[in-house]
Design a protein around this ligand. Structure first.
Ligand SMILES: [Zn+2]
Length: 463
């Protein structure tokens, strides 16, 4: 007996699309097929005629901020934004910028416990944690096996910034993750090159925002991507390259995949839509919105990333959401570029951007969209009940109107940042309704869920 029927929509999976009904019972999908309505009409139905029925998006890369005494709603509100955008599961990092305490920054396990305590009862959608391994923690690698066993099988390490891991530590982290069924995510940029370019720029007085991009060349990303993959190969471990931004780095991942190595990579909506032209704006307050790492790249890089999504060199799209506010975290008017908070909001615009630019733009198929935004992220990050419309999976569903068109603007978004990089962009398609484990949490564009309805996901080891 079903609790709810979604009728008459076009159900999309990573393999195919078909007009079908979806029956939901106890929060899970119990049947997918034609004409599931019971003759007496006793089961509540949701009409999806003319709409696409997609699995809820799984965003594996966000830097949502933790609730605090002065900002108690920030985690909740970003989870509401996720719901509006059709994302029913997200993974958050607990890096210092998210408001984790010094204590929680010092150890992976303390950080995990603090994250869980502070997000308990907060989220409107399901969520999980990806830990951040820092070179400033006491002995993070020793903590990895327990971290993995407690439902956090992925962690991110950095090859740049003060808290980067040196190559020997990165190798050890990869090896430990590999042995215990975890997967290391790596931010790949060559610190030696970038530090030298930044030092030179500052010495010459070139401290405006655009120099952020000029000091982070594509070859620095490509070299580090190559090195991370080589170390993973030597460690007999899989590796996941976060926010890949350029053709040269993509070539490194594609070469590794061609050899059959377990190297995976994500790109982000901003690299698929925006280019380094943004750094030419005369107004610093405009440029600071695009200070992200890696920076926005050229038009030819943008084209290469779409080809990578089509051909499989790239595995998925995630947002790298950072809910910065211009006058607060970004500290407008801008400080010298090395001190600007890196990042831009994106948790709510993932599906909109990738659907409009990708599917409506003729670059990827609808099935590939589902694969990139739901099925592959769920599989790669150990969320077995998520990411697909099939019997037994959680009924996390998005009813999406492919015919609608709308304009993205900060005034119609719900995240806790105070700008969007897509201000004024016209997009095809719109999220109509969203279900989390069978509950309608967005109905006709209006949030109808509740704080704390989202569960923390203890994820499975990934390898
Ligand atoms: Zn990030």
């Amino acid at each position: 007996m079903a609790d709810l029927l979604i009728v008459g929509g076009t159900v999309v999976t990573a393999e195919r699309s078909m007009v079908a009904d979806v029956a939901i019972g106890d929060g899970r999908i119990v049947e997918v097929g034609e004409h599931l309505a019971d003759g007496n009409g006793r089961t509540p139905t949701l009409d999806a005629g003319g709409l696409l029925v997609l699995p809820g998006c799984v965003d594996v890369h966000t830097h949502t901020r933790l609730p605090s005494e002065t900002e108690p709603d920030r985690f909740f509100q970003d989870s509401v934004a996720a719901a509006h955008g059709g994302t029913t599961t997200f993974l958050a990092f607990n890096n210092p910028g998210t408001g984790i305490s010094d204590e929680g920054s010092r150890s992976l396990l303390a950080g995990m416990r603090e994250f869980r305590a502070r997000t308990d009862g907060e989220s409107a959608v399901d969520f999980g944690l990806s830990a951040v391994i820092s070179g400033q923690q006491d002995d993070p690698i020793a903590e990895l096996p327990e971290l993995i066993a407690s439902g956090v099988p992925t962690a991110k390490a950095f090859m740049v910034y003060d808290f980067r891991l040196t190559d020997d530590r990165l190798f050890e982290a990869l090896r430990t993750m590999g042995r215990h069924g975890g997967m290391l995510e790596v931010h790949c940029e060559n610190a030696t090159v970038i530090d030298a370019l930044v030092t030179d720029a500052v010495a010459r007085g070139n401290v405006s925002c655009r120099h952020h991009a000029l000091t982070r060349p594509t070859y620095a990303e490509a070299e580090a991507t190559h090195r991370a993959i080589a170390l993973a190969r030597a460690a007999d471990a899989s590796v996941y390259i976060v926010h890949l931004s350029c053709a040269d780095a993509l070539a490194e991942v594609a070469a590794a995949k061609a050899r059959g190595w377990p190297a995976y990579a994500e790109t982000c909506p901003h690299y698929l839509t925006l280019t380094d032209e943004r750094y030419d704006a005369a107004d610093e307050a405009e440029v600071i919105r695009s200070v992200i790492s890696p920076p926005l790249r050229s038009e030819s890089d943008r084209g290469a990333l779409w080809l990578g999504l089509r051909a499989g060199g790239l595995d998925l799209v995630a947002t790298d959401h950072v809910p910065d506010r211009l006058a607060v975290e970004k500290r407008c008017p801008a400080p010298p570029f090395p001190q600007i908070s890196n990042g831009a909001p994106g948790i709510e615009t993932l599906l909109s951007i990738v659907y409009s630019e990708g599917v409506a733009g003729g670059r990827i198929s609808l099935e590939r969209l589902v694969d990139l935004l739901a099925t592959t992220p769920a599989k790669l990050f150990g969320m077995g009940t998520k990411g697909a419309i099939e019997v037994g999976r959680d009924a996390d569903l998005v009813l999406f109107d492919p015919q609608a068109s709308r304009t993205i603007s900060q005034s119609n978004l719900h995240h806790t940042g105070d700008f969007t990089p897509y201000e004024g962009r016209a997009v095809r398609g719109a999220v109509r309704s969203v279900l989390l484990r069978g509950e309608v949490i967005v109905r006709d564009g209006v949030f109808s869920g509740r704080r704390g309805a989202g569960n923390f996901l203890e994820r499975m080891a990934t390898a």
